[in-house]
Design a protein. Structure first.
Length: 119
């Protein structure tokens, strides 16, 4: 039986993502909410090396899970994720890339054509 996340902040974020997805017809937010509703074991963990391998310069990379620090980031991209390890944050800053939370993504909006989901 699937119970979903127990973290209060994550539950409210999922609710906000779903609300905005259906109110403004943004399927990306519904997809992120569905991925975040999975159990902790099924939630994604993505290393910077994978982001560097698949992302293009200037893209918005969405990781519905946690970003880890293994590897180097070679492009200047914006990464939106649920969590970041401290080492990953340091490497992202050093690579002149930008790390944002999903709350920031909700506030600022997004053009879906410039988005890549990795994980």
């Amino acid at each position: 039986m699937r119970t979903g996340p127990t973290n209060i902040n994550l539950k409210s974020l999922i609710g906000e993502l779903k609300k905005k997805a259906y109110a403004e017809d943004i399927p990306l937010f519904a997809r992120i909410a569905d991925d975040l509703e999975k159990s902790t074991r099924q939630r994604r963990e993505v290393n910077l090396s994978k982001i560097s391998r698949y992302a293009k310069k200037g893209e918005l990379v969405v990781v519905p899970g946690k970003v880890l620090a293994s590897g180097e980031l070679s492009q200047s991209v914006t990464i939106a994720a649920w969590k970041f390890s401290q080492q990953a944050m340091d490497k992202i800053t050093k690579a002149n890339a930008k790390a944002i939370t999903f709350n920031d993504l909700l506030k600022n909006g997004v053009k879906e054509t410039a988005v890549r989901i990795i994980g």
